[in-house]
Design a protein around this ligand. Structure first.
Ligand SMILES: [Zn+2]
Ligand SMILES: [Zn+2]
Length: 360
């Protein structure tokens, strides 16, 4: 695998300078927060420039050596409003070849699995501790036991009683204090303006991303993602997730995340979630990524994989190029980030966003 000398790596400081240059030159794709910026999320012509560099979230991935582990990080059981027992849900994901699973019942921590009759080690799986905090915007909470109990959830029927009177800020503070990670679930379901997301992502480093595809609900989640990325990048990445949100067995397998890891263990998964070193798919036979290479000197980013027919490169919410390789030194309309979508008969696979900086 081609590796870049460390002097070519982009530090956060370089990106901040790059952002200042973008703002200073009045380019319309500058990131940042505030209502005046959201008005800029519009189609405008941005000339190509040959001093752009990309920050590769897959920098640490060895595409030849690392095994790729399928993960569902949003799952319900009878511990809340799912139809099936935790054991049955775990067995179904195990049979389907998943190695990483978070049971995220509404306002319940269905973990450890041994309390529900299953041993993850015996199954060769990694059980991520999880919870879907459902009192305000639904938020996935991982790697901690944070919870607010104020109503009961019944299988299939749903919540009985009222939600607790708490804000998203209070929930996110609680997850941070418990040393957990947080992800917004199905943002399109809630109808919040983009500024709701940008202010919380700017405030909470442990809030790492949002669902971009949800197997149960098909919403405008990825339009929200692109809008938030356009406003926050290049300084603040927001990682995308795809999850089944399984309540009933036929939700299984339509939306999932793939983690290329040197080892299947909690520390590696958590770190990959924080770095954005994973990709995600909608469609059970969606394309598989086999390599992503970034050549900042040559201005090329190239993706390869199986089961794809078309690759689209997206920046600031617009398709800027189609094809397996993007010459980002000679392509117009590159804004604050780029990302790729590989589509094929079996579904769509999404990369995480690559921050766009300017070589200093
Ligand atoms: Zn939900
Ligand atoms: Zn859910």
């Amino acid at each position: 695998m081609k590796r870049w000398p460390s002097k070519k790596r982009t530090s956060a400081a370089t990106l901040l300078i790059a952002l200042a240059v973008m703002v200073g030159s009045n380019l319309p794709f500058a990131g940042g927060t505030g209502p005046q910026v959201s008005a800029m999320v519009a189609e405008v012509y941005i000339a190509a420039r040959n001093d752009l560099i990309l920050v590769n979230p897959y920098q640490e991935v060895d595409w030849e050596e690392h095994a790729q582990y399928r993960a569902n990080l949003h799952t319900h059981t009878r511990q809340s409003d799912g139809l099936h027992s935790a054991a049955r849900v775990i067995d179904a994901y195990h049979r389907a070849g998943y190695h990483i699973l978070a049971l995220t019942d509404h306002d319940a921590v269905t973990w450890p699995w041994n309390e529900h009759g299953r041993d993850p080690e015996e199954l060769g799986m990694l059980a991520v501790q999880g919870n879907e905090i459902s009192h305000a915007h639904h938020i996935g909470s991982y790697f901690c036991d944070y919870n607010i109990v104020s109503r009961r959830y019944l299988p299939v029927i749903g919540g009985i009683g009222s939600a607790a009177n708490v804000t998203e800020e209070e929930i996110l503070t609680g997850i941070a204090d418990s040393d957990g990670l947080a992800v917004f679930f199905h943002p399109g379901y809630h109808g919040n303006p983009p500024q709701f997301y940008t202010s919380l992502f700017s405030k909470f480093p442990h809030l790492i991303g949002m669902e971009v595809a949800n197997g149960k609900l098909r919403l405008q989640d990825h339009e929200i993602w692109d809008t938030v990325l356009t406003m926050l990048m290049p300084e603040r990445p927001v990682w995308g997730f795809a999850n089944d949100d399984l309540h009933i067995m036929w939700h299984l397998g339509r939306a999932f995340n793939v983690f290329p890891l040197p080892e299947l263990c909690e520390a590696e998964i958590r770190s990959a979630m924080e770095r954005g070193s994973f990709y995600f798919s909608y469609g059970s036979a969606a394309p598989v990524i086999r390599s992503i290479l970034v050549d900042n000197e040559g201005g090329i980013v190239a993706i390869d994989g199986d089961g794809w027919e078309e690759v689209s490169w997206i920046s600031n919410g617009f398709v800027i190029h189609q094809g397996a390789a993007l010459d980002f030194h000679n392509t117009a309309n590159i804004g604050a980030y780029i990302r790729a979508e590989m589509s094929g008969e079996g579904g769509i696979t999404y990369t995480q966003p690559f921050a766009v900086g300017i070589l200093q």
